[in-house]
Design a binder for this molecule. Structure first.
Ligand code: MG
Length: 388
């Protein structure tokens, strides 16, 4: 039986991962859970899944949680904060870590999980964007698997099954296009509510805004380049509004292999958990005749400048992708707080990247430093804009 630790268990991917775990029966059990702040849902998850250990985001929550556990006579160990998270993922009793947290906070626990020899089911794409080369090198050294949970990367992973890397001619990453692909009006007037209304996928807020700016696809292109060891120039994006073809791989003989299904994150989550096996699922079967047509368009890099910024960051490499991703996280959170306009997201990312002096170090600590620098720079830009 596989024993799994789920980081970010109360988020969108976290709850769906637990849903899959409960359906997989005796093949898998929950060893640990971590949350940022949703303690009331964590309590429900503890009652249902009986983990050996959990981690809460802040000290006050962990104190309250310990009290609640002893009142309910539940023997679950409680860790707290970033240090606690590192301890939780290093626990020798677990085999796999599902990283479903949002943003750069996932980097340190993912590194610790790999160092302690655990396979990682990775939904946290910022981790690979920040320090992907190092993560992959470390994983190879420790002989652990990085299993993609993102639907596109799961598709590419499945298309490449049994193939050598040298046979890949290019990767064709599909994008739904988000809510504004055909939007004819002024992008600077786009509201938070409009940006959060995604046409095909139900996801967390940060990634939904990233899907609206298409930064999500830029991050995914970098993620694919890292995961599959293919240069960014060989990763092509195609808009596919129906979200049925989750991505494709073109091989040197001209064959293009694609993976299709109805859009449902539970499928890539389940494949990562059951790999190398395939198991039954409750996902709605795909009926292509009913769908009628599948459309594909070229993406517009001018209307969606975040795409350009991501490719530029990938080409520059080293600390630049970390800077781009951190500036984006900061700008998206300011947009969600209604402090900046939709179009300011790309502006802030671009200005932060332009001000960055690339650091060629490969140390994880230096990627974290680049991330911190970019956040403070982006915050400065946001505050400057507010004073105007
Ligand atoms: Mg995706």
């Amino acid at each position: 039986m596989k024993k799994i630790i789920i980081l970010g268990s109360t988020g969108s991917i976290g709850t769906q991962t637990l849903d899959i775990v409960s359906k997989m029966g005796n093949d898998i059990s929950v060893y640990g859970l971590s949350v940022n702040s949703n303690i009331s849902l964590l309590k429900k998850q503890i009652k249902k899944f009986k983990p050996k250990a959990v981690c809460a985001g802040n000290p006050q929550d962990s104190v309250n949680l310990k009290k609640w556990l002893s009142e309910n006579k539940i023997k679950t160990e409680v860790f707290c904060g970033a240090e606690g998270l590192d301890k939780l993922v290093s626990a020798p009793g677990a085999d796999m870590v599902a990283a479903a947290m949002v943003g750069a906070a996932g980097l340190s626990p993912v590194v610790k999980a790999i160092e302690s020899g655990k396979d990682v089911a990775l939904a946290n794409k910022e981790v690979l964007v920040m320090a992907g080369g190092e993560i992959m090198r470390l994983a190879e050294k420790k002989n652990v698997r990085i299993l993609p949970v993102d639907s596109e990367h799961s598709a590419i992973f499945q298309c490449c099954n049994g193939e050598k890397k040298s046979r890949i001619k290019k990767i064709i990453l599909t994008a739904s296009g988000g809510p504004f692909y055909k939007y004819g009006k002024d992008f600077s007037k786009i509201t938070v509510e409009q940006a959060l209304d995604h046409p095909t996928w139900k996801m967390g807020k940060k990634i939904t805004v990233d899907s609206a700016t298409l930064m999500n696809k830029g991050l995914e292109a970098i993620e694919a380049s890292v995961l599959f060891g293919v240069p960014i120039e060989k990763i092509e994006i195609v808009i596919h509004p129906q979200s049925i073809v989750h991505s494709m791989v073109e091989f040197i003989d001209g064959s293009v292999i694609a993976q299709l299904s109805n859009p449902d994150m539970r499928l890539p989550i389940q494949y990562a958990l059951s790999y190398p096996e395939r198991v039954k699922s409750n996902i709605e079967p795909l009926n292509l005749a009913e769908k009628g047509k599948l459309e594909f368009y070229k993406p517009d890099f001018d209307r969606f400048p975040c795409l350009k910024l991501a490719y530029c960051a990938a080409k520059k490499g080293f600390s630049m992708p970390a800077v781009m991703s951190a500036a984006n996280e900061t700008a998206v959170s300011a947009f969600l707080n209604k402090e900046i306009r939709f179009t300011d997201i790309a502006n802030i990312v671009e200005k932060t990247m332009k001000a960055h002096k690339i650091n060629k170090s490969r140390k994880i600590g230096d990627f974290i430093a680049a991330d911190a620098w970019a956040r403070s720079r982006a915050l400065n830009l946001i505050n400057k804009g507010k004073r105007k």
